[in-house]
Design a protein around this ligand. Sequence first.
Ligand code: SF4
Length: 235
Amino acid sequence: MGQLRISAKNLGAIALADFCPRCFWIKLKMGNKLPYQIFPGIFSTLDSYSKKVIDSWVKAHGTLPSSLSSLGDVVESIKPLHHSRFFIEDEKTNIKLTGDIDAVFRTSDNAYLIIDYKTAKFTKTQDRLLPMYEVQLNAYCKIGKQHGIDPVEALYLVYTEPSTNFEDSEYKDFVTEDGFMLNFVSGIRPVEINPKLVDWSLEQARTIYDLIKPPDGREGCKDCGILEQLFAIAK
Ligand code: SF4
């Protein structure tokens, strides 16, 4: 059984209601490098911005800004390990599980909070993605335990939502010398700590990866059929 490497985020796809084992198998075999994958970089830029603003605040004030104070009595921001070092090797499944953690805060009880920032609105789409994020954050928790982030008191998704409503008369508040500003409003969603979710996901990933042929695709998805038509035309 050769070692399989997978990121916490990619592992989380297994928990989605519309999960497709065929898609997952193909991505694993391709090292997650597929053609025609265009993801706008602006979201990771905005996540990094949120991370930097909040980290800087905690460093300067020794606590969280008031909008996030309900997360806990935070006293320190811990610099997360780079993803090349933040991993575990699960013996049972021989999977190298990697993580790219957004933020870790130490509380006054010497426990830790693990945070993942999402630049998004609280919408039904986000609810749909929640099972994926639950696996992702619990995977960070599992990896973190082996890197000294222990005990973990809570896991949180922190949504940062652009605030775009303002009165016409307030326009001057947003205009600067070289452009204009955009405010963000934060929303908090706790995620239950559930180590079994990660173990289950790792086992599923191993089972799918070890299949010699790709499994059937998701019922109702027409794209595989279209792809076969493309191949037939190109022959
Ligand atoms: S069935 Fe749809 S989701 Fe699954 S592999 Fe085919 S195109 Fe991808």
